[in-house]
Design a protein around this ligand. Structure first.
Ligand SMILES: Cc1cc2nc3c(=O)[nH]c(=O)nc-3n(C[C@H](O)[C@H](O)[C@H](O)COP(=O)(O)OP(=O)(O)OC[C@H]3O[C@@H](n4cnc5c(N)ncnc54)[C@H](O)[C@@H]3O)c2cc1C
Length: 423
């Protein structure tokens, strides 16, 4: 039987990734009682989610152990925030129950998700995101002996390749969009972050090919091969899995529901990680993708600020600036180049929940019209995948989210509404 959900707290943190855990530790050090909500079964977020195939680095183990032993911490795992029915209150749902939690201050550490772009064959079984394959392997998927292709852009491709190799998968292609010139200038900058330089060397792979374009995934009932273009030459490579990475998109839906202003890359915050809404802070990749080091330091600053420890928070601003500079390098050198994105085909599905093709969407001028006419974005993922794809493909601004943030049970929704009526 589940422990009852808390009804109220001083600081409510959404997300138990690096940012959320660091924030909880910083706030708890100053006597603040903290409730942390996360929809995963265990803390750690995307990078340190744990699982049968995971040997967490010492730094991650230390943080998780400290976090789980915090005095005054209530961790609600496998719990999703589905709505913000009134100010300073969230509606949450678990497998067997739901509840509303009142907070004094709120910290959003909701992270980022993969940007999935449609291309011919992307819905075949065997095709996943690069982070998705990482998560599946960490969760116990066996890839021993399987032929695996990885394609797209960014360092997550290298991390994924390292995981595949460690699990005795056969890496048959590692295709990076960015040209060698970008990769060389990125590497030249890495002396400023020695740990990242060491990581880049450790992750290097002889299969790595720059200026490579993913053309299509082939197969009848599941993936059988992938076509990749490199130096003007197209090659068909037989494989059992394809992991694609086209960068990350900040999870801003809850922030938008609360009325927080957004910047270009995620939730907009000031030097204290405060959002435009009083009492609401944000930290980590929901403010813009930038890696776990930046998420950790932003989380600490936000936790300290939420505990009114402003001088201590200010003392960390130089370290944050250092990792923000690294994030800017990543963004600059691994920016997606539309001429190297997979080719468009009218028959390719963009919204796989509602089976809407690229050709159907192309006849519309914006997301709202496309949605009204085709139901794209109205399925189970609530547009999380296809809205981010159309933002990249057509430049359509992503739509504002509507509650519930994810499909929810009717009794959970009534609970949020009934609470409002009672008061
Ligand atoms: C699929 C994926 C895999 C990745 N794998 C790696 C990797 O192997 N190596 C690497 O260096 N980087 C990886 N990254 C990048 C990684 O996300 C960051 O470096 C780091 O984890 C960011 O920390 P964070 O605390 O900001 O967010 P996250 O670690 O993403 O934590 C956010 C947490 O908030 C939870 N959450 C979000 N919304 C809600 C809600 N409404 N209700 C409840 N909980 C919610 C999420 O489930 C998640 O646990 C990955 C990213 C993705 C998207």
């Amino acid at each position: 039987m589940n422990e009852r959900l808390p009804r109220e707290c001083e600081l409510l943190i959404v997300g138990a990734g690096p940012a959320g855990m660091a924030a909880a530790c910083a706030a708890a050090d100053h006597g603040i009682s903290v409730v942390v909500i996360d929809d995963n079964p265990a803390p750690g977020g995307q990078i340190w989610r744990g699982g049968p195939r995971v040997n967490l680095p010492p730094r991650a183990r230390a943080l998780r152990e400290r976090f789980e032993r915090l005095p005054g911490l209530r961790l609600c795992s496998a719990t999703r925030v589905i709505d913000a029915p009134t100010p300073r209150r969230l509606l949450v749902e678990r497998e067997h129950d739901a509840g509303v939690i009142d907070y004094h201050r709120l910290l959003l550490c909701t992270g980022a998700r993969e940007r999935l772009l449609p291309f011919p064959g992307w819905t075949l079984p065997g095709v996943t995101g690069a982070g998705g394959l990482q998560a599946l392997i960490k969760g116990g998927l066996t890839v021993r002996g399987e032929r695996i292709a990885i394609a797209g852009s960014g360092p997550l491709l290298l991390a994924c390749a390292a995981t595949v190799r460690a699990q005795r998968g056969r890496l048959v292609a590692l295709a990076e969009q960015a040209p060698w010139s970008e990769l060389a200038s990125f590497t030249m900058e890495l002396w400023r972050w020695p740990a990242k330089l060491a990581q880049a060397i450790a992750l290097a792979s002889p299969r790595y090919r720059a200026a490579s374009r993913l053309i299509e995934a082939l197969g009848e009932r599941r993936l059988e091969a992938v076509v990749i273009e490199s130096l003007g030459e197209r090659r068909e490579i037989a494989c059992d899995r394809l992991a694609c990475g086209f960068g990350l998109v900040a999870n801003t839906e809850l922030a938008q529901l609360l009325g927080c202003a957004l910047g270009e890359r995620g939730i907009s915050v000031d030097q204290h990680q405060a959002t435009s809404v009083a009492g609401v802070y944000a930290a980590g990749e929901c403010t813009g993708p930038g890696g776990s080091e930046l998420a950790l330091i932003e989380g600490r600053i936000a936790g300290l600020a939420a505990a009114d420890q402003y001088p201590l928070a200010a003392a960390l601003s130089r370290r944050r600036a250092r990792w923000q500079a690294f994030a800017a390098q990543l963004e600059q050198h691994f920016a997606l180049d539309s001429s190297r994105l997979p080719p468009r085909r009218a028959t390719t599905l963009v919204c796989r929940c509602e089976e809407v093709t690229l050709g159907e969407l192309e006849t519309h001028s914006d997301w709202r019209r496309a949605k009204l006419a085709s139901r794209c974005g109205m399925g189970a993922c609530q547009g999380r995948v296809c809205a981010a794809a159309t933002a990249q493909l057509f430049g359509w601004p992503p739509p504002p989210p509507r509650p519930p943030l994810s499909p929810a049970r009717i009794d959970s929704l009534l609970l949020g509404g009934m609470k409002e009526v009672q008061e």
